[in-house]
Design a binder for this molecule. Structure first.
Ligand SMILES: [Zn+2]
Length: 345
């Protein structure tokens, strides 16, 4: 009998298993994809001479410790770097915000008869060197804007996210410029569309005034339209169906505003990508991208929800506390050679 020398990969596949973590719908959570994007983002930070952040980002999510309960994995311990541009951390932030907003919106709908409106506030595109100042001005302008009598009289509460995209269209005269803008979800009283209604032109002039612009900015406003109903809702009352469908539409926009595919184009380090990282790193330093106001802020506080931007990124929903001490531990670690998460026995 011949004994073949063991291939190291073969040994690994016997003593280790690839991490599989599924969400409530049975969909695989993309730990691997996010880790790979984080490593690529770390490489860009290194080249952009942001060495400290790069170092932390390389380690982000390298070890994940889960508790296994009812065949489901629940993240229990991990290291997250918390850098503003980290794809791994922004994925966690996004999940946390979606979870929190779901709770807040449900609570608002339970308590008050409100309607929901989306508002987008923009300014003209700016170059990388002006981005930081522009975003600072926008944050200040927002505070003036939300303090206007008209706003306070007509709006019960809001969720606001500051997003930046970059123009990548080589044919465009705006190629390479940045587009910072606010996405706002507004809770308005049930009779808003009759009384105290704010027309699109009024929103535009309010934003122009708050931003002190010498041009007319582009402002979009739209009533939240319910998403197509799912068959599960057929048995329900019409009014409940409508509310749930509307909530589903709202949940779709409650994501963290930083999309890493907007920062790094493709899968390779390029000078343009490095420049984007430099510009955004400077502009986003110490900047809060999301905030709540009015009724939504009050409920956020009442529900005792923690900070989604700089807070804990491990326990992103409140189920975490329910995990019994007796649950089984599962350790996963990032295997550089195999480019995947492996389970440690
Ligand atoms: Zn991170």
């Amino acid at each position: 009998m011949h004994l073949y020398p063991h291939d190291s990969m073969d040994m690994l596949s016997k003593s280790n298993k690839i991490l599989s973590d599924k969400d409530g719908q049975g969909k695989e959570r993309d730990w691997k994809g996010k880790k790979k994007r984080s490593l690529l983002m770390a490489e860009h930070h290194e080249i952009a001479e942001l060495g400290k952040k790069a170092e932390r980002m390389y380690e982000c999510g390298s070890f994940l410790s889960f508790k296994l309960k009812d065949e489901r994995l629940k993240l229990y311990q991990a290291y997250f770097c918390k850098a503003r541009l980290c794809p791994m951390c922004n994925w966690r932030r996004s999940l946390k915000i979606a979870f929190q907003n779901k709770k807040i919106i449900q609570a608002v709908n339970e308590r008050e008869n409100v309607k929901w409106v989306f508002l987008t506030l923009t300014v003209r595109n700016v170059g990388g060197e002006e981005l930081k100042d522009t975003m600072d001005l926008m944050t200040k302008a927002w505070n003036r804007f939300a303090g206007y009598v008209k706003f306070k009289r007509s709006i019960k509460g809001y969720f606001r996210a500051l997003e930046v995209t970059r123009n990548w269209d080589k044919e465009s005269e705006w190629y390479g410029t940045y587009h910072p803008h606010f996405h706002v979800l507004l809770a308005v009283p049930n009779d808003y569309f009759g009384r105290n209604y704010i027309k699109q032109a009024e929103w535009t002039s309010m934003w122009q005034r708050a931003m002190k612009l010498d041009y007319i900015p582009i402002v979009h406003v739209a009533k939240v339209k319910p998403k197509k109903e799912s068959p599960d809702f057929i048995e329900m009352e019409q009014e409940i169906k409508k509310t749930i469908a509307e909530q589903n539409a709202i949940f779709e926009v409650s994501k963290y505003p930083m999309k890493d595919t907007d920062v790094i184009r493709g899968n390779k380090v390029t000078p343009e990508n490095v420049q984007t990282v430099k510009d955004l790193d400077r502009a986003l330093a110490y900047k809060r991208l999301i905030s709540y106001g009015g009724l939504l802020k009050k409920i956020h506080k009442e529900l005792n929800l923690s900070d989604s931007e700089d807070g804990d990124l491990i326990h992103i929903d409140d189920e975490s506390d329910e995990i019994a001490n007796g649950a089984v531990d599962i350790m996963a670690y990032w295997h550089v050679g195999l480019n995947n998460y492996m389970i440690r026995r």
